[in-house]
Design a protein around this ligand. Structure first.
Ligand code: GTP
Ligand code: SF4
Ligand code: SF4
Length: 324
């Protein structure tokens, strides 16, 4: 890439707040085989908890073209998400279309991972994040609607075996449901190599939980728990690393690596947000928490696609600011 091209590309990928996109997060489908009580569907507007099949998802060719353009512009990491990305029959082709040198990871519920991990690795995927909120089978069923905890645990083991590492365990803290399991999760991570525990604060996206009584209180209570948890983890840690993305903190304590994700009302998180999302039906989504500034890229190619990306980047602004 010439110096001139690089500065032009940086210009396209840098928003008016000086945040340069380095990570693109592509939802491959809005379908999922689970029904988690807290699901935010990556900010896609979906009728209740059911999948809207009327919205055609992008084809693998469209996704490959988008990935090509983003990498040409200088994006270095890709995250594949859903819904549940392993439900896409052409997932391996999509992974194979990612250019070498781009770090690709996938966030999955892990239910199909035991069967697929080896092929995913062979296709070029670097690593996976697996949703795991509880180690109790009955609680898992209550949270996700399905009795599939053994399948997920087997999927995590296989992912580690084939080297889709580090495998991050995404644990959304749910007050009164799983907030008593932190020590068990820390032991689980310590007993195995290649795992990172990611503790996630509950988020209110697209009013997903408007039907829950006193949802504001639930979310506030949850934030307090995660805040206190982070404080006590920090006190016990031997090392604290600040990641470039969102300035998230990563803690090392007694052989367990723990990352804490606290996006709500977090000015630092938004000020250091360097990701752009793509919805499963082909819209560039400047912020997870907004749906009013998306840019449709269906039917666009080459320079038109670049112009649409530039437009979406210019629509970006930190969601939580001093004023919010
Ligand atoms: N508000 C907000 N939350 C985010 C954003 N990205 C991730 N999150 C939260 O972090 C959770 C975990 O995200 P993952 O899909 O596992 O990926 P990640 O941890 O962000 O990415 P890696 O660290 O690269 O694996 C999501 O479910 C969200 O709750 C973001 O850009 N904005
Ligand atoms: S596994 Fe993920 S996409 Fe599926 S319902 Fe749960 S949170 Fe939503
Ligand atoms: S601006 Fe903030 S809320 Fe929006 S996607 Fe980035 S980190 Fe998330």
């Amino acid at each position: 890439m010439t110096t001139e091209n690089k500065s032009l590309n940086d210009e396209i990928l840098t928003d008016t707040y000086g945040r340069t996109i380095s990570n693109v997060r592509i939802a491959l489908t809005n379908a999922c085989n689970l029904r988690c009580i807290y699901c935010h569907h990556e900010g896609e507007e979906i009728n209740g908890c059911t999948v809207d099949n009327s919205r055609a998802q992008m084809t693998k060719e469209e996704i490959a073209e988008l990935i090509g353009i983003f990498t040409e512009l200088g994006v270095t990491t890709l995250k594949l998400t859903g819904g549940e990305p392993t439900l896409r029959p052409d997932l391996l082709d999509i992974i194979r279309s990612i250019p070498p040198g781009v770090e690709s990871s996938m966030t999955t519920n892990g239910t199909l991972l035991a069967k697929m991990a080896k092929d995913l690795k062979a296709a070029g995927l670097s690593r996976v994040n697996v949703s795991l909120d509880t180690l109790h089978r009955d609680r898992y069923q209550k949270i996700t609607g399905r009795d599939l905890l053994p399948e997920v645990l087997a999927g995590i083991d296989t992912a580690v075996e084939v080297g889709l590492t580090p495998v991050k365990l995404n644990m959304v803290i749910l007050k009164g449901i799983n907030d008593d399991e932190i020590e068990d999760f820390l032991s689980y991570v310590r007993d195995r190599k290649g795992l990172i525990l990611q503790i996630i604060e509950l988020m209110d996206v697209n009013g997903w939980a408007d039907h829950i009584d006193h949802i504001d209180e639930v979310i506030r209570g949850d934030a307090e728990i995660v805040g206190d948890l982070e404080k006590s983890i920090a006190e016990k840690s031997t090392q604290i690393i600040t990641r470039r993305m969102h300035h998230r903190r990563k803690y090392c304590l007694d052989g367990a690596e723990v990352e804490v994700v606290r996006p709500m009302h977090n000015l630092e998180f938004c000020a250091n947000c360097n990701r752009l999302r793509v919805t499963s039906d082909g819209k560039l989504k400047p912020c997870l928490l907004r749906s009013d500034n998306e840019v449709d890229v269906r039917g666009l190619h080459g320079d038109e696609l670049k112009a649409a990306i530039a437009k979406a980047v210019q629509h970006r602004s930190p969601y939580f600011t001093q004023k919010s």
